[in-house]
Structure formats: C-alpha cells, structure tokens
Write a protein that binds this ligand. Structure first.
Ligand code: SF4
Length: 347
C-alpha cells in the first residue's frame, strides 16, 4: 500500500516542491494549512483586500492543492491556546515578535493529532536545513521534532538526506534515494527543481507572510505586552496592532492614528465603550483611538497629534472631538509641529 503523508503546506515554493517530490514516488497526500491569526495575506483577505491596491490576495495553499490535485484542510489555531504561546514562548523570540520554535512545535503537535486521526505514516514540511536563521538550524529541527511528539515521523523531503532516516524510510515505505539534500539560504536548487518538476505557479518569496516577523508590528506587539500586567493578547487585537500609527503617551495610555481612509474604517470598528474615538470635525483628518484613561495633559497631547495629521495642520488652532459611549468632549489645540516629540512617543 502507498505511504500516506500529511503535508504542512503554505503554498509557497518549498512546500509545493516537497509535495511534488512525494507525489513522484506515489505517496498518498493530504495537506494541512494553519491559520494563526497573524497571517498577513489572510488578514488582508478578511478585511476585503490589500490596503495599497484593494486587491484580494489568493489563498496559496488552496491554489496549490488545486494545482497538484491534493486535498487541503484549513486548520484554525488562533482559538486553541496558540496566542498564549505567542505571548509567552518557552524558546524566546526571533528578531521581532516571532516565536518560531514554539510556533512550529505547536503546529507540529497539531499535525501529529491529524496524523493519528487519519492513520497516516508521517508528516512532512517544505523546510530546508539552514534556510532560516533560528528555526531551521539542525538542532532546532531536532528539538521541534522531539517536542511535538513526531520523532521519527517528521520528514523534510528537500533536506532528508542530510537528516537521520525517518521511520517510513527505514520501513521501506519511502525511497530515501528519491529524497533530496538541499541546504542553506540560496534558492538556486529549488529553482532548478521547480523547472524539472514543471512547477510554474508559486508566490515569490516575499520575506514572510507573518505579522510576527514584521519589525514595525513586532515593536507594537512588545509595547502592548510590556505594558500589561498579564502577558496576554486577544485575537481581536491583532488587526488593531497592524493598523495605524501608534504612540505611547503613558504606561497605560496609547494613541492610534489612522494613516489612510481604509485604516480609518478599520479603527472605527474598534471605537467601542472602552476606547476614546477622536476626529477633527471641522477639517478632513484621521480617525484616532485612545486606550486607557488619559489625564488632561495627555488629552491635549493626543489632540495635538491628531490635529497634526489632518488638513488643519497649518492652522493655529484645530478642534478635536472626543467621544466614548455617552461621554463627549472637544478640545481646541495647536497642531503638534515638533518631529522630535513625535519620534519619542512613536511605538
Ligand atoms: S514566521 Fe515563525 S511565528 Fe510566524 S508562522 Fe512562521 S514559524 Fe510561526
């Protein structure tokens, strides 16, 4: 009977090649694609398109499944304890807010459950040894395999010959000779393989599709958690972190200012009983939110920043309207001109 593999796929080139390689040796495949809540393209899809051009990016995992004739199961991790891992990773963060090792262990533990449910022989990924600085080093790959409970059943077809044989290889269900020994950051071997296997439609490696690896998002993420008593983040806060200019006015007071009309629409959705909603009623300007309980000085400062980003920025005085539930207020302020003050407050 053909071996049965569960593929953790993104639809990018590496997971596509790994899948095609296994198909070449007759492996039966079911693909799974994880949604973490921090996927940039999925967030854009949920919000009705990209901010910059309004286009709705395609789901590459589903596209790949269609191209290769593989069933794809979408698995939502965002409700299942994943956010606790992101806020408190055992193995720490990468360069920004990306806890890649903990994240991979979490995903693979979930893949193991699916393997058991399906009665499959192994789980595979498109990972390449040494391609990413932290999570794809040899020791990290081994750690992730062990901690996820997949020891011996986790195959990386593109780098398999550089790694110990897996159980399906030892049992003869997979032909190790047909697996590869690719390593390192160069994409040359993958490009050649794509040509040989006739893989033509795949997204260009765009430097990640995870908000957690984004520098600006990472700063806002750490700022948020560092100012909380409990290191905890809610699913609904992710889009807000990715939206607008953020200014820390005090340990418990934050201002978020929309940068575009699209962002103003998103911020409007968050203007609830817990956040102040700010706008400049007499001029076109951004929508802004204030979280926390600002004192008078902080209200003045927030108003001056909001006024600065509206069409009244050259005026001596601009009215900024505040509203939270039934509470309303208006402040007439001089738009803030000092770049240095802004830079100091910007998250
Ligand atoms: S980049 Fe890191 S944190 Fe983001 S999904 Fe991938 S492994 Fe997880």
């Amino acid at each position: 009977m053909a071996a049965y593999g569960i593929g953790m796929i993104s639809g990018g080139l590496d997971s596509t090649l790994a899948t095609r390689l296994l198909q070449e040796q007759g492996v039966r495949i079911k693909a799974i694609n994880f949604y973490t809540g921090f996927c940039i393209t999925e967030t854009q899809r949920r919000l009705g398109g990209r901010q910059r051009d309004g286009k709705v990016p395609r789901n590459e995992a589903l596209r790949m499944g269609g191209d290769l004739g593989v069933e794809v199961e979408l698995v939502d991790l965002s409700e299942s304890g994943y956010l606790d891992i992101v806020a408190n990773p055992r193995y720490g963060y990468g360069k920004n807010a990306n806890p890649c090792i903990d994240c991979r262990i979490f995903m693979m533990a979930r893949a193991r459950e699916i393997l058991e449910r399906e009665g499959a022989d192994f789980v595979y990924t498109g990972e390449v040894l040494g391609q990413r600085p932290k999570s794809q080093r040899r020791d990290a790959l081994g750690l992730i395999e062990k901690q996820s409970g997949l020891a011996g059943r986790l195959l990386r077809p593109l780098s398999a010959k550089l790694l110990p044989p897996t159980i399906p290889e030892i049992e003869g269900k997979l032909d190790r000779e047909k697996l590869l020994a690719i390593s390192g950051r160069s994409r040359k071997a993958q490009m050649e393989l794509a040509e040989r296997l006739g893989v033509v439609d795949y997204p260009q490696p765009a430097g990640g599709c995870c908000f957690l690896t984004d520098e600006s998002f990472g700063r806002k993420f750490h700022d948020l958690l560092d100012h909380r008593e409990l290191r905890k983040i809610e699913k609904d806060e992710i889009v807000l972190l990715a939206t607008g200019r953020h200014f820390r006015l005090a340990p418990k007071v934050k201002l978020v200012v929309g940068r575009t009309e699209g962002e103003n629409v998103i911020l409007e959705r968050y203007a609830d009983e817990t956040r102040w909603r700010l706008e400049t009623p007499d001029q076109l300007g951004p929508l802004a939110l204030v979280e926390g309980e600002p004192d008078y000085e902080q209200r003045l400062l927030a108003s001056r920043i909001v006024a600065r980003y509206g069409q009244g920025r050259e005026q001596a005085e601009v009215v900024v309207a505040w509203r939270r539930g039934e509470d309303e207020d208006q402040l007439a302020v001089a738009p803030l001109a000092e770049e240095q003050t802004l830079d100091e407050l910007r998250v």
